[in-house]
Design a protein around this ligand. Structure first.
Ligand SMILES: NC(=O)c1ccc[n+]([C@@H]2O[C@H](COP(=O)([O-])OP(=O)(O)OC[C@H]3O[C@@H](n4cnc5c(N)ncnc54)[C@H](O)[C@@H]3O)[C@@H](O)[C@H]2O)c1
Length: 335
């Protein structure tokens, strides 16, 4: 992975703080930054949904610093931001169903923790704060493709928290002169995405089921569509957002996707074909809080960040499938 750099300046004088760095997207950011010689890559994570094993891969790298702590604690955030130039804030409780089951904890982490991080970054004089926003902010808007300034009403507590992040980011940018960029991720997938547990995402669930020869469960009729985005594209967006100098690009939110629309049935068929499987899914009811269709307009990120997603869905699925096949033992390790 990451055989081509997405940046053209040296990273060796920079300290990056990756919150949620032991999770799926965070550990991919850590991998990229260490590969390209970032001065310090500090991770802040409480391992609630991340894994030590995801960072164990880079344990020998002296540039990696690991801080175990919770973003709900302002002092933890303050200590983690000390000396950091760039924050890539990924720590959150993901999953729409989790937020429906436990809106209080989702809010505490995703909103309270976010504000703690913003305040800590402000007080530490962090130069750039890039954060994981979400396509769930489009809510009940039926318009396609999704354009950044046309959103609907949130459909879940999770979506409320991610929209609240955008509102706080905007206010902190205006009030304290901070440089903040929000990246609205659209269904990111790839190596190290967790296939286990009640809140696993659809691609690792499907891959895991196929590799185990078990029919996966499909929520709804499988006709719902998503703009599935390989994690390398998401890392590229973070690096571009972290380093962009164009003032017009700062204090904005961006769609991060590929601008391809794939139904869940098509997704399953590609995976079956690639894996040589003849399984058929078991169809169940629709899931609460889910939208029917999603497709991003990515022209804003292309224009202002120079974002240029290189990997389309089939290639991303091939890479992800290959990784899952090669890492069956790793996937089953508990931490
Ligand atoms: N994966 C996607 O498709 C997707 C889509 C939209 C937005 N996002 C957002 O991207 C970010 C990363 O998502 P991911 O898919 O890598 O999820 P993940 O669960 O793998 O990673 C989240 C990380 O945050 C950590 N964390 C959670 N609560 C914490 C706390 N209180 N203090 C410190 N660390 C904490 C977890 O331990 C985990 O390592 C999240 O903010 C998520 O909401 C993801």
């Amino acid at each position: 992975m990451y055989n081509t750099p997405f940046h053209d300046q040296p990273l060796d004088k920079l300290t990056f703080l990756v919150t949620g760095g032991s999770g799926f997207i965070g550990s991919n950011l850590v991998e990229y930054l260490l590969k390209y010689g970032a001065g310090t890559v500090r991770v802040l994570d409480n391992y609630s949904n991340g894994f030590r094993k995801n960072l164990g891969l880079f344990a020998d790298n002296p540039a990696l610093e690991i801080v175990e702590g919770d973003i709900r604690d302002p002092e933890v955030c303050r200590a983690a931001c000390h000396g950091a130039h760039i924050v890539l804030h990924q720590a959150a409780l993901g999953s729409v169903p989790r937020s429906i089951n436990d809106p209080i904890t989702t809010n505490d982490v995703n909103v309270g923790g976010f504000v703690n991080m913003l305040v800590a970054a402000k007080d530490a004089g962090v130069k750039r704060f890039v954060y994981a926003a979400s396509s769930s902010t489009y809510g009940d808007s039926k318009a396609l493709p999704k354009v950044e300034d046309r959103i609907g009403k949130p459909l879940s507590p999770y979506a409320v928290t991610k929209y609240a992040n955008e509102l706080y980011a905007d206010v902190f940018g205006k009030t304290y002169g901070m440089e903040i960029i929000g990246l609205r991720y659209f269904n990111i997938f790839g190596p190290r995405q967790d296939p286990n547990g009640a809140y696993a995402a659809v691609i690792p669930l499907f891959i895991d089921a196929i590799l185990q020869g078990k029919p996966p469960r499909m929520n709804g009729d499988g006709g719902q569509t998503r703009d599935f985005t390989f994690v390398e594209n998401c890392v590229q967006a973070n690096i571009k957002a972290a380093l962009v100098t164009n003032p017009e690009a700062i204090n904005q939110v961006y769609n991060i996707a590929v601008a391809d629309r794939t139904s869940l049935n098509d997704l399953f068929n590609i995976l079956k074909e690639e894996a040589g499987s003849d399984l058929t899914p078991e169809y169940g009811p629709d899931r609460a809080g889910d939208i029917r269709d999603s497709l991003a307009d990515i022209s804003k990120a292309q224009r202002l960040l120079g974002y240029d997603p290189q990997i389309r869905i089939r290639e991303g699925l091939q890479k992800t499938l290959a990784w899952f096949k090669e890492n069956q033992t790793f996937i089953r390790e508990s931490n």
